[in-house]
Design a protein around this ligand. Structure first.
Ligand SMILES: [Zn+2]
Length: 174
């Protein structure tokens, strides 16, 4: 993913038609960008507001960067037991316990339809597929999938491409 600073991030959100209220709420500061020293290892990056349950997803499965506003709900409850339920992320296929399970909702820009997916509560899918998080290591033993990190990255890119199409995410030119 291309490197962003505060200015290029603001421009990007404007280009993508993100509402000014959300733009103001997003706490993306230059210091955050400095924490990310491996932009090329991100296909999906979430920038959240203060409540941590809404923000924008930056999506870059190939050379074009897309922006999609989202809302997150961190309570996935089993209707039978009433307990928090473990999930498998729809994007990176990481198994997540109830404590890090979420559902993400997008609103299609054309028909305002809500589209939901199950996802990692931390949205660190790009790190999970590279097996650099403890959650990904736990997931490997839960799912017993025999895939290389490269294959997982490829699968994530494919899922993101489908996602962009499905939710009508806007691309940016800057
Ligand atoms: Zn994930």
């Amino acid at each position: 993913m291309k490197t962003l600073n505060q200015n290029s991030f603001d421009t990007l959100l404007q280009d993508a038609g993100i509402k000014s209220r959300l733009r103001k709420d997003l706490k993306f500061v230059a210091s955050t960008a400095h924490l990310i020293d491996s932009w090329n290892e991100y296909e999906l990056l979430c920038i959240a507001d203060r409540t941590n349950d809404k923000g924008v997803l930056l999506l870059q499965p190939a050379s074009t960067l897309f922006v999609a506003p989202y809302e997150l709900s961190r309570t996935i409850v089993d209707s039978k037991t009433g307990r928090q339920r473990a999930i498998i992320c729809d994007f990176c296929y990481t198994w997540q316990p109830g404590s890090n399970a979420a559902s993400i909702t997008f609103t299609h820009p054309d028909d305002k339809r809500h589209i939901r997916f199950l996802c990692c509560g931390d949205l660190k899918c790009s790190q999970h597929v590279r097996t650099i998080t403890s959650a990904s290591i736990v997931s490997r033993s839960q799912l017993r999938e025999n895939l290389s990190n490269e294959d997982r990255v490829e699968r994530l890119k494919m899922k993101i491409t489908e996602l962009i199409d499905h939710i009508g995410a806007r691309s940016t030119t800057s």
